[in-house]
Design a protein around this ligand. Structure first.
Ligand SMILES: Nc1ncnc2c1ncn2[C@@H]1O[C@H](COP(=O)(O)OP(=O)(O)OP(=O)(O)O)[C@@H](O)[C@H]1O
Ligand SMILES: [Mg+2]
Length: 263
């Protein structure tokens, strides 16, 4: 069956106007296509406009030109249909895990019983059952990010937008979180757009990877990733994994080499 189109980015440009008439072109003619239930990655060098791009998709920033379509309709600002998870955990420090996860539902005036049921489901999904009454300060970085993911999923967004969500975690915790997210993608079918500058992360999680050029960021290449079996830490040593990783490394290396040589 043909997968439904979920999120489209069309000819997106973003120019930041600086003081004294200087300007920075962060994004130049970016196009993306994300289908329903797909797990799509964007990888690119630091400063190439990845955060700018996801902020525009999330409605936190406005494009200079071009458009973002969700289910065929133009996006005009933030909305509950796009759930965002950032590197900083952005939890409410004075609320328990349970109350953090329920927060969006409370804002939507969902009744207490339904809220509690939803929170239970997503707390369980991210493996935090037993920590419902803990406060964020009592949790490790990985656990806080689990809460942030549960809270976002509890709102049942159409698309999950993630900007380097595991960037602050140590290498082992990172892989554990990547496996968790791969499982969430498989079991819930949530459409995920995930930004990273970590090539391993991109290949481990992505069904498709958009490789961006250095600033002004544009899509340099689109790579379909097919790895046998379910994505897990075991995927990291598969020949298919290493081949794809090498391809992307070469692409990004030529980008930084050109930059270093002033090309
Ligand atoms: N609000 C802003 N005003 C002016 N310039 C900005 C603004 N936001 C971003 N930029 C510029 O746009 C470019 C892209 O920034 P962005 O944060 O999107 O990059 P990035 O790919 O997310 O980088 P990183 O990998 O380091 O997170 C940078 O040159 C940055 O300085
Ligand atoms: Mg960024």
């Amino acid at each position: 069956m043909e997968q439904k189109r979920k999120l489209q980015v069309r000819n997106l440009n973003r120019v930041f106007e600086g003081a004294g008439g200087s300007s920075v072109t962060a994004l130049s003619d970016v196009n993306l296509d994300v289908k329903e239930s797909e797990f799509v990655m964007i990888v690119g060098p630091s400063g190439c406009g990845k955060t700018t791009l996801i902020n525009i998709i999330g409605g936190l920033d406005t494009a200079t030109s071009g458009e973002v379509l969700l289910d065929g309709k133009p996006v005009k600002g933030p909305g509950a249909d796009r759930g965002m998870v950032f590197q900083g955990y952005s939890l409410f420090p004075w609320l328990t895990v349970q109350k953090n996860v329920e927060f969006g539902l409370k804002m939507k005036k969902v009744p207490a019983k339904e809220r509690a049921e939803a929170a239970k489901k997503y707390i369980d999904l991210v493996g935090l059952t037993g920590f419902e009454n803990a406060l964020p300060k009592q949790l490790s970085g990985g656990m806080k990010q689990r809460v942030a993911i549960a809270r976002t999923l509890a709102n049942e967004p159409e698309v999950l937008l993630m900007d380097e969500p595991f960037g602050a975690l140590d290498a082992q915790t990172r892989v554990v979180m990547q496996e968790l997210l791969a499982k969430i993608s498989r079991t819930t079918g949530t459409t995920i757009l995930f930004i990273t500058h970590d090539i391993d992360e991109a290949v481990l999680l992505g069904q498709r990877i958009y490789v961006m050029s250095r600033r002004p960021g544009t899509v340099k290449e689109v790579i379909e990733v097919s790895l046998p079996g379910e994505r897990s830490h075991n995927s990291l040593v598969l020949p298919e994994f290493l081949e794809t990783k090498k391809r992307i490394m070469d692409m990004l290396w030529s980008e930084s080499n050109d930059a270093a040589m002033g090309r």
